[in-house]
Design a protein around this ligand. Structure first.
Ligand code: ZN
Length: 133
C-alpha cells in the first residue's frame, strides 16, 4: 500500500454558509464551491491548503452520519483522509492485517474520486478515509 499524502481533513459543521467564513475571510483560503452527495446525506465544501484541503461537511438529513456526529460531539474534525495510489489494493492489505473496514469496496465520493472508510475501533479512534483520484 502506498500513501501519497494527507488528502484532506473532514470537519463537521452545522452550516457551511455560516462556517466557511473562518476558512475564507479569516484564513484566506479559496472556496472551491460545494457539492451534495445524496447517498451519504452530506453537502461538502473544499478549501485547498497547499497540497491538501479542508473539507467542511454539512448534513442534509437529521439521520445522516454528520447529523449524528454533531449530536454526539458537536462541530469539529470528523475524519482524516489519506490519498493512496491504489485503493482496492490498500483495502485488501488492511483487511489482511485485521483492520476493520466500514467500506469493503470503494464508493464514489465528492469530486468523483473513489473513497472508503476504516473503522475507528481499528485506528485509535480516528475515522480514516482512503481516497484515490
Ligand atoms: Zn472526506
Amino acid at each position: 500500500m502506498k500513501i501519497l499524502k494527507i488528502d484532506h481533513l473532514g470537519i463537521a459543521v452545522k452550516s457551511i454558509d455560516d462556517g466557511k467564513n473562518f476558512w475564507t475571510d479569516v484564513l484566506g483560503l479559496p472556496f472551491e464551491g460545494s457539492e451534495t452527495v445524496q447517498e451519504q446525506k452530506v453537502t461538502t465544501a473544499f478549501f485547498p491548503v497547499g497540497e491538501s484541503e479542508v473539507e467542511l461537511l454539512e448534513s442534509t438529513a437529521p439521520d445522516g452520519p454528520i447529523a449524528k456526529f454533531l449530536e454526539k460531539k458537536g462541530e469539529g474534525i470528523q475524519h482524516v483522509a489519506f490519498r493512496v495510489e491504489n485503493i482496492e489494493e490498500a483495502l485488501a492489505e488492511l483487511k489482511e492485517k485485521g483492520i476493520r473496514l466500514i467500506d469493503e469496496k470503494p464508493r464514489i465520493g465528492a469530486g468523483g474520486g473513489k473513497i472508503a472508510f476504516l473503522h475507528p475501533k481499528s485506528t485509535n479512534g480516528v475515522l480514516v478515509e482512503l481516497c484515490e483520484r
